[in-house]
Design a binder for this molecule. Structure first.
Ligand code: HEM
Ligand code: HEM
Length: 136
């Protein structure tokens, strides 16, 4: 039971890294003038899945901690970074969704969205490190 959250979120991090890789192709086309194909639909679908799974990770982590240890918000940096991720996950989703629903040539919003995505992935890496320390 206590392994569901770590396993699901570790896989989610791999998924998010792949989504970031797809996004970086778009970045080099948008800002560096390189030609490259962008798997738009795949980026949007897998991106939504990754962000939703990370958001759900906040709930599943707290539930799991409550069941295992009879209380939650007890893991120090892990819960603090976990909760701090929420606004970044939501904004990353909303900016992506806006650009998906209303397609047009843009430079500013993709940059903001890309930066938010990088922040989410970086925070998820921190979660993997602090999370692993709790498991070993
Ligand atoms: C782990 C989650 C995500 C990461 C790391 C991520 C990262 C990125 C990056 C780096 C770019 C390129 C930005 C640029 O060219 O300046 C991008 C573009 C884009 N992303 Fe995401 N993204 C994520 C999730 C999503 C989601 C959930 C959606 C939609 C609901 C989405 C929709 C888009 C769209 C439509 C573009 C192209 C925008 C344009 O060039 O006009 N992304 N993303
Ligand atoms: C985006 C990713 C993640 C988020 C948002 C997240 C969030 C959380 C939160 C909020 C808690 C509750 C802590 C508390 O109440 O004190 C928790 C518990 C926990 N997390 Fe994470 N976490 C993530 C990824 C990971 C990863 C990748 C691992 C391990 C590799 C991990 C391992 C754990 C462990 C071991 C617990 C204690 C409960 C249990 O054993 O299931 N987490 N997490």
């Amino acid at each position: 039971m206590g392994y569901i959250h770590p396993v699901v979120e570790a896989l989610t991090l791999l998924l998010a890294l792949y989504v970031l890789l797809l996004g970086l192709n778009r970045f080099s086309a948008n800002h560096l003038g390189r030609k490259g194909s962008f798997a738009w639909k795949r980026h949007v679908n897998l991106g939504m899945l990754a962000l939703l799974l990370m958001l759900a990770g906040v709930g599943s982590g707290m539930l799991s901690t409550a069941l295992l240890w009879g209380g939650f918000l007890v893991t120090g940096l892990h819960w603090q970074v976990g909760l701090a991720m929420v606004p970044f996950l939501v904004l990353s989703f909303l900016t992506g969704w806006t650009m998906h629903r209303n397609k047009k040539k843009r430079t500013g919003l993709p940059l903001v969205h890309g930066l938010l995505g990088v922040i989410c992935v970086a925070m998820a890496v921190v979660q993997a490190i602090t999370g692993m320390k709790m498991l070993v």
